[in-house]
Design a binder for this molecule. Sequence first.
Ligand SMILES: NC(=O)c1ccc[n+]([C@@H]2O[C@H](COP(=O)([O-])OP(=O)(O)OC[C@H]3O[C@@H](n4cnc5c(N)ncnc54)[C@H](OP(=O)(O)O)[C@@H]3O)[C@@H](O)[C@H]2O)c1
Length: 319
Amino acid sequence: MSETNTRIALVTGANRGIGFQTARLLGLEGMTVLVGSRDAGRGAEAVRALEKEGVTAHPLEIDVTDAAGVAAAAERVAHEHGRLDVLVNNAGVALGWGAAGATDLAAFREVLEVNLLGPVAVTDAFLGLLRRSPAPRVVNVSSEIGSIGTLTDPESPFFGISGGLPYPASKAALNMATALYAKELAGAGAKVNAANPGYCATDLNGYAGTRTAEQGARVVLHLATRPGTAPTACCGGTWPARPIRTPTGSCPGRGVPRGPGGRAPPGHQARTPPIGAGSRSLSQVQVPSFSVKRRCTRATSVSGLANTSRQFPAVRSSR
Ligand SMILES: NC(=O)c1ccc[n+]([C@@H]2O[C@H](COP(=O)([O-])OP(=O)(O)OC[C@H]3O[C@@H](n4cnc5c(N)ncnc54)[C@H](OP(=O)(O)O)[C@@H]3O)[C@@H](O)[C@H]2O)c1
């Protein structure tokens, strides 16, 4: 078991894309990074690339849909490190973009297996190790198109999205999981938040994104390194450049729109975003007409990532 005070971070799906960049940024912050990959060869390759940058990285074979493999990975981390400080549930797939009414159920099942049940299985398997950390951080990599509020708001650039149910549904459900894990772990001093990385050029969307994977990863880094005073159960990241209306005022959010298959929604002109981010409470993200009074707090700027946070009304951090 590791005796060091170095923070231990696990990123699933870290062999490429936003996951790889997240592993890299966490490593450059001085954390020991466990590079989750479902393929041992791809994981080893990613570790070699990270080591060239001076990052302390170890491969960890983990297919988030394989219960036995997830349990084995948790056992290995328990044996070698004794705890987990940061868990980033990043692994994801985007399939089944047919019209609503013609949903490919096989694709839907696969998307839910990876994007929703995967993070749940991994979080559950590592919960004991997270509780051994003095300040656990869990970041679930979500998406603005998992927002019911955004997709039903006529003023949203995503309003045109009417099909492709599996991916947005998986991320909406992941946001709910985030809120409930935040409550479950509140007593452990944990912060459990969802990240919206924005529209990033990765394999997921055929490299059509207008942000880099590193820019997306900066949102994750920000949430993974929040102090004890920071809110939990938030969705942080980039948002369409329009004010977010709430009963108590508005918080500016900025970002890049993203549509089915990673394309900008019909009629929307994609823009290169400034490096900026905002975050919304999960309640605001999920329910457009939610009437609970919300708090809006401006959080600190980290690495040029201006962040606005709103807290889930039912969850107040005790630290
Ligand atoms: N790119 C965007 O614009 C965007 C926007 C919003 C949210 N996101 C989210 O960001 C996350 C990362 O996406 P990305 O854009 O970086 O995509 P990506 O380049 O396609 O990377 C996806 C990663 O997930 C891994 N993965 C897939 N299924 C897995 C499984 N069953 N077990 C373990 N790992 C698995 C992949 O591994 P293999 O290499 O083995 O396939 C790969 O490492 C996803 O959750 C995605 O939904 C992306």
